[in-house]
Every structure is written in C-alpha cells, then in structure tokens.
Design a binder for this molecule. Sequence first.
Ligand SMILES: Nc1ncnc2c1ncn2[C@@H]1O[C@H](COP(=O)(O)OP(=O)(O)OP(=O)(O)O)[C@@H](O)[C@H]1O
Ligand SMILES: [Mg+2]
Length: 222
Amino acid sequence: MIECNQLTRTYTSGGRALTVLKDITLRIDAGAFTAIVGPSGSGKTTLLGLLAGLDAPTSGSVTLDGHQLNQLDEDGRARLRAERVGFVFQSFQLIPTLTALENVLVPLELSGEPDVARALGLLSDVGLAGREHHYPSQLSGGEQQRVALARAFVNQPAVLFADEPTGNLDARTGQTIVQLMSELNRKHGTTLVLVTHDPALAALARRTIRLTDGEVVSDTTT
Ligand SMILES: Nc1ncnc2c1ncn2[C@@H]1O[C@H](COP(=O)(O)OP(=O)(O)OP(=O)(O)O)[C@@H](O)[C@H]1O
Ligand SMILES: [Mg+2]
C-alpha cells in the first residue's frame, strides 16, 4: 500500500544543510493501523508529508497505492490525493473564507461529487451539528481540528494520514475522533498512518514506528 525506500530529506536553511530524515525504508500494508511516534523535531511530520506526496524527498522513493510518486507530475499527485488520500494536518489548514460545511465539501468538489448529506453527517459525528455555517475564525481551535477531520474523512479515503489528530481536543472529543478513525479502519479497511502523542490513540494502532533524530529506532507490531 505504502512503501518508501531509502528516503532522505535534507533542508537547507541559512546556508546550512540539515538532514532531518535519514535513509528510511518502510512498508505499510493496506488496511494497517500504524502510529508514528517520537520526540518533537524527530521528523514525524516530514515523513508523513513525504509518504502522502505533499513534499518530495531529497533522495529515495515513495510508492503510494501502486503509484510511484516521483513518476507523477504535480497534477497526478493532486489527483491521487483527491481520490484516494485524506490528510489531517498539524495546523488545520482550513480555508478561512469558507464555512465549516464548505471546507468539508472541498475534497468532494475536486472529484466532482458534492455530497452535502455526507458532509453534514460527518460534521454531526464530530460533534459540530449547529456549527455548519460558521467560518473558521468563528470556531474554537478544537472545533477547527474537528472540521479538518470531517474533511479528511469525506471522500472515504483508502489511506488517511493524520498528524496529531487529537492534539487540541479534550479527552471526550478525542475519544470520539479515535472511535471514528478505528471504525474507518475496521469497516472500510482504510489504511491509517497517524502521528500521535495520545496514548489512547497509539494503543489502538497495531504497529508503532518510533523516530529519533530522523531515524527509525524501533518498529513494533502487536
Ligand atoms: N521547511 C523547513 N526548513 C528547514 N528545516 C525544517 C523545515 N521543516 C522542518 N524542519 C526541521 O526538520 C526537523 C523535523 O521536523 P518535523 O516537523 O518533521 O518534526 P516533528 O517530529 O513532526 O516534530 P513535532 O512533534 O514538534 O511536530 C525539525 O528539526 C525542523 O526544524
Ligand atoms: Mg510534527
């Protein structure tokens, strides 16, 4: 489902090169539920961005859902993401000029099938019934995060990448989100790759990949 081979990412800033991911080789099976953990700055978000094709590696390759990402152009990667991938960012990246409902509908508009009932249902699932027509600036941080989650679920992605999806939520709302995700995984076989510090979420994952300083230091399956 997802494979990466000798993935390296080097950033240059202030004239200095910093290698933040070093030679990562991984294979994640379809339908797997995987957590990526590790200290702040260890490269988790960078790895997620590379696996999802949002960023390009300095060297190495990624195959996602049968497509070698470096052989697709920007449009091809965008289409693959629109049709097959959901992404929940650490910063929610909602579009400020669109309402909650309109934000959730964005991925469906890219694939040409706006399903308002599904979007409304998801907003209600994440506890936002009654907030559909609020703009992001009219929502709390946790509420914005929940809109971002509903948006990531709306196109029934084959693979869902989520970066700290419960990071800004209280325990009860976080639990709802955790349930939604494990339901997606169980019922639809959605492949889940999550970066998380949340023990409840990490405990549900069958596989835990730990990064330290850009390297995989452990990879355990229960
Ligand atoms: N655009 C960039 N330019 C230069 N360095 C960057 C850039 N993006 C990230 N880095 C560096 O790469 C390293 C890894 O960043 P990354 O965001 O992947 O960490 P993380 O494990 O997700 O951390 P956190 O838990 O704090 O979110 C950090 O040291 C960061 O400073
Ligand atoms: Mg991060």
